[in-house]
Write a protein that binds this ligand. Structure first.
Ligand SMILES: Nc1ncnc2c1ncn2[C@@H]1O[C@H](COP(=O)(O)OP(=O)(O)OP(=O)(O)O)[C@@H](O)[C@H]1O
Ligand SMILES: [Mg+2]
Length: 305
């Protein structure tokens, strides 16, 4: 197995503030690896250090064996970045944005034309080739960023929150495309705040919080190991907590509180639900465990907090 990325004690400081706090991880070629975490966790800062955009304060990271230092041309050549911010040139059309970008990689004009046609089809934007950027919806701009990231036929694709703020239809289109790229052999790094996105796309994830990696593993395994199979959510006033926890805690394998909700974890929700019915509790939900529960258990906060 070829190692795509190897990070050792990777650290980024902005003045006194540590944005990325000595994290180590390894990504194999062909994997989809996810960084999952709330706002400010350090996801973007981490990927910017990988793709040679942001200088490393200490530690190291290599991309296919090459050391990531600012403006390492070899790494930039084999990497495609879908940035979190929409960094398109608003004075140009869709087609022109791609053509100008292709020059950064010294792609000959005729070859660029072929690739642009292919990529516009890939992201379903053929009809918008002559449109200016301000005439595009957010979903279209995101798809254009994906096309742009693929112009140099990258071996490594970094997608920084590729579906934030998009409607479900566009999210699914983007997920399909990212899966297709992975099936063609690309290595994918994804950052996201969406648990379902990480679960859908990633072979392995790390959960990041305040610049640190809290846990690493395949999404389903993290859920099974940390939580179990099912969660029973009960919305209650805080004063009722203690009594309820005492009554249910023997049946559940753990519990957590976030806001007005108590979360009970269990291998199988049926016994707990029986008790809930006996106690005649209102506002109860029994559902499968998710990565959101893992995050809550690890940090005592929900991702949205
Ligand atoms: N250029 C910068 N100067 C100073 N501080 C910064 C800079 N960029 C990021 N930070 C800080 O570093 C921390 C991590 O930010 P980062 O953008 O990496 O988080 P993130 O996980 O990508 O969050 P989001 O989900 O909001 O995109 C935050 O506290 C942020 O304020
Ligand atoms: Mg970010």
């Amino acid at each position: 197995m070829t190692v795509a990325i190897n990070a050792e004690k990777l650290t980024k400081k902005y003045g006194d503030m540590t944005a990325v706090d000595g994290i180590s991880f390894r990504i194999d070629e062909g994997e989809c690896f996810g960084f999952l975490g709330p706002n400010g966790a350090g996801k973007t800062t981490t990927v910017k250090m990988i793709h040679c955009f942001s200088p490393i304060t200490s530690g190291s990271v290599t991309v296919f064996g090459k050391s990531s230092t600012i403006d390492n041309r070899e790494i930039k050549k084999m990497t495609g970045v879908i940035p979190q911010e929409i960094t398109l040139d608003v004075d140009l059309t869709v087609y022109e944005n791609l053509m100008v970008f292709s020059r950064f990689f010294d792609i000959p004009h005729h070859e660029a034309r072929v690739r642009i046609a292919e990529l516009l089809e890939f992201v379903e934007l053929q009809a918008k080739a002559k449109s200016r950027i301000h005439a595009l919806s957010t979903g279209m701009k995101r798809r254009l960023l994906i096309a742009r990231a693929l112009l140099n036929r990258p071996r490594l694709i970094i997608a920084d929150e590729p579906t934030t703020g998009l409607d479900p239809q566009v999210r699914h289109l983007i997920w399909q495309r990212l899966r297709l790229l992975k099936n063609r052999g690309a290595t994918l790094i994804l950052t996201t705040q969406y648990m379902d996105e990480a679960a859908q796309l990633c072979d392995r994830i790390v959960i990041m919080h305040q610049g640190k990696i809290l846990k690493e593993g395949p999404p389903a395994q993290l859920v099974a190991d940390e939580i179990g199979r099912e969660v029973v959510e009960i919305r209650v006033a805080r004063e009722e907590d203690a009594g309820l926890i005492a009554k249910l805690t023997d049946i559940a394998c753990g519990h957590e509180r976030a806001g007005d909700t108590l979360f009970f974890y269990c291998r199988d929700g049926r016994d707990l639900m029986k008790k809930v019915v006996e106690l005649n509790l209102p506002n109860v939900l029994n559902r499968p465990a998710t990565l959101e529960d893992v995050f809550l258990k690890l940090t005592g906060r929900s991702l949205a907090e």
